[in-house]
Write a protein that binds this ligand. Sequence first.
Ligand SMILES: Cc1cc2nc3c(=O)[nH]c(=O)nc-3n(C[C@H](O)[C@H](O)[C@H](O)COP(=O)(O)O)c2cc1C
Length: 336
Amino acid sequence: MVRIGSYTLASPVILAPMAGVTDRPFRQLCRELGAGLVVSEMVTSDVSLWNTRKSRLRMDHAGEEEPRSVQIAGGDPEMLAEAARLNAEHGAQIIDINMGCPAKKVCNKAAGSALLKDEKLVSEILEAVVGAVDIPVTLKIRTGWNPENRNGVTIARIAEDAGITALAVHGRTRADAYKGNAEYDTIADIKQAISIPVFANGDITSPEKARYVMDYTGADAVMIGRGAQGRPWIFKQISHYLATGEQLPEPEDLTKYEILSRHLNALYAFYGELMGVRIARKHVNWYLGTQESGSHFRRYFNQLDQPEAQQAAIRSFILEPGQLNHLMTPAAETVL
Ligand SMILES: Cc1cc2nc3c(=O)[nH]c(=O)nc-3n(C[C@H](O)[C@H](O)[C@H](O)COP(=O)(O)O)c2cc1C
């Protein structure tokens, strides 16, 4: 049983924060499908930038199950402390600090994983944020800033000393970006060095890999990012396998259709139809990435701009493939 402050996670399989992916509709879907914890997309610590539609949507947690974990990103201890306080007032129940993201926009301001280079600043940030709120604060890191400087164990000790309640570790350095394979030796070393819960992250895309990484690192939980794109049911599959050693079968087409259809409706409701339809394309493309014969359909789907048309298209693609040609009108076929 993994505990974060007073919260006990129902399963040791966690959805990784992903900007542009882990919005409220996707988080809610992953929770329903077995994720023990979901983490929001990062919110900048610069509160002067919060008055945009994007930031407001990122901070909308209406109807979300507990515990609601909100990730903040930035490089200044006081700004991060203030951002943590305000997010707690807006309903966050866990604050997660991003020291794992290689994104330029964040790193140009010495934030995200670039902070790992400056251990003193890491310590100041963690102490400031932990001191600012009375809810648990978690931290997400990479194993270091480049392969020659894997200081993950030092950072982990700093985190534990500062009162961080759980640590997620992506098994790559900042310099690795997303190249090569994640390595789990540093995660195992970190687990040995501290006594707060450790979440292993990086390239976990199947129940067997999750079991392997848990055993190899001794981690308390696994965190899944890209492996959940287009496959939110992966949480149930991994949780079940970790608990029983048995594989769940792939969901039936009807179940997949129902999940995807519900996901799209949630996107239209959350973002409004115009934006919801655009965001739906990305998720449907990921979903199709797991299917054969998706590429024609993808081109057809990407030019649909109405919720009803998107819904009819996924229904035909998944449940009535024979109807697809009929659905792809001559006008649409010219796009193919
Ligand atoms: C599209 C995308 C967006 C991401 N955004 C964030 C983010 O906002 N904060 C963060 O800490 N990590 C972010 N990450 C990193 C993931 O949380 C995770 O550490 C990484 O993808 C490795 O895990 P995986 O192999 O399971 O995908 C992002 C990754 C992706 C692919």
